[in-house]
Design a binder for this molecule. Structure first.
Ligand code: HEM
Ligand code: HEM
Length: 291
């Protein structure tokens, strides 16, 4: 769907948006006879009303997406229109304000509009690029398959750990227990690995086990001093299981990171849209009270 977003119906909404922009520029240029160009001329009012109408229409997309029973257009069509008309708003609102953007309550609406639009640009970029990056990272597999394999590896490590001496066994079980995946949205975005491990049984202190490296190093160090043949063979297998675990965790974390990029911008886009509508109401009330 996302690849066709911009080309939808042979660029239907791009063409419509260009016509709207040409009309807006003509309207803007027709000012200046009776009154200098500004938001309060007849043309200024028309441009402001079109801009406010667009804001409401764009916000409706959120509702429309969830109304599966609605027959007014397709979600794809609405999204294509959303992207083009949302970008056009930048020029239409600027022409409405006749480039007079100062430090006042009107500019709050303008500033919020800019933030919504620029977060939208990031969203569009994410929608167009990340699904491809996601499928490259997946390379035919998917997160559920990796999670299943991870689960199997963890069971094998648990079984093998019973052949190891006490402190090593505790170390291994603690590394499994304190492996962190998909905690906060922020960590997911940064791809941070907050996994930890307990090195000694008599302490509560956990140390960082980023990329499972700490536990891998300790297992490797302890292999030459294995207490018996069974432990040596178990540690050997455990080491290769942890190496596989390391790869799987990296892949899953990258997957979560890409999915977080696809979600995170909406955390700005949606609340900012609501704040924009509130600021617009204030803007309109203020101009009507003081005009
Ligand atoms: C997205 C929608 C809108 C935005 C972002 C916006 C923003 C602005 C900005 C930045 C100004 C310039 C303020 C200044 O001179 O410092 C302005 C002026 C003005 N706007 Fe809007 N506006 C919008 C919609 C509307 C609507 C719907 C109306 C009325 C129905 C309206 C009426 C006016 C008036 C009368 C002025 C002139 C005020 C003055 O010069 O003091 N605006 N607007
Ligand atoms: C003032 C202008 C805008 C407003 C008020 C607005 C508002 C919204 C709202 C309410 C949603 C629904 C989110 C949801 O429920 O999932 C949305 C989604 C979206 N917006 Fe905007 N937006 C604006 C401008 C833009 C711009 C300029 C772009 C990109 C160039 C853009 C790109 C998107 C995209 C890609 C989505 C996701 C659509 C989907 O999930 O299918 N928006 N926007």
């Amino acid at each position: 769907m996302h690849q066709n977003l911009l080309k939808y119906q042979k660029y239907r909404y791009l063409k419509f948006t260009l016509l709207l922009l040409i009309g807006s520029v003509i309207l803007y240029l027709s000012q200046g006879q009776a009154q200098p160009a500004n938001g309060g001329t007849v043309q200024g009012y028309v441009l402001g009303t079109v801009a406010a109408f667009l804001v409401l229409l764009l916000t409706y997309l959120g509702i429309r997406k969830r109304l599966y029973s609605s027959s007014t257009g397709t979600v794809e069509g609405w999204t294509s229109a959303h992207v083009f008309l949302g970008s056009a708003l930048l020029l239409i609102a600027t022409l409405h304000a006749a480039f007079q953007v100062g430090w006042n309550v009107h500019t709050l609406a303008y500033a919020l509009m800019l933030m919504v639009i620029f977060s939208g640009f990031f969203g569009l970029f994410a929608y167009l690029h990340y699904p491809r990056i996601l499928s490259q990272n997946n390379a035919g597999a998917n997160q559920d398959v990796w999670l299943q394999e991870l689960h199997e590896i963890d069971s094998k490590i648990k079984d093998l750990s019973s052949s190891c001496r006490g402190n090593i066994r505790l170390l291994l079980l603690s590394a499994l227990e304190h492996t962190v995946l998909g905690d906060s949205l922020f960590s997911q975005l940064l791809g941070h690995d907050n996994s930890t491990v307990k090195l000694q049984s008599d302490t509560k202190k956990l140390v960082a086990n980023t990329n499972q490296q700490q536990v891998i190093d300790i297992v490797a160090e302890n292999m030459p001093s294995s207490i018996n043949q069974a432990e040596a063979s178990a540690l050997n297998k455990i080491l290769s299981l942890f190496s596989r675990r390391q790869i799987l965790l990296k892949k899953i974390r990258r997957n979560l990171q890409i999915k977080a990029y696809l979600k995170a911008w909406l955390v700005f886009h949606i609340p900012l849209s609501i704040a924009l509508i509130a600021a617009l109401i204030v803007h309109i009330l203020v101009v009507f009270i003081y005009w």
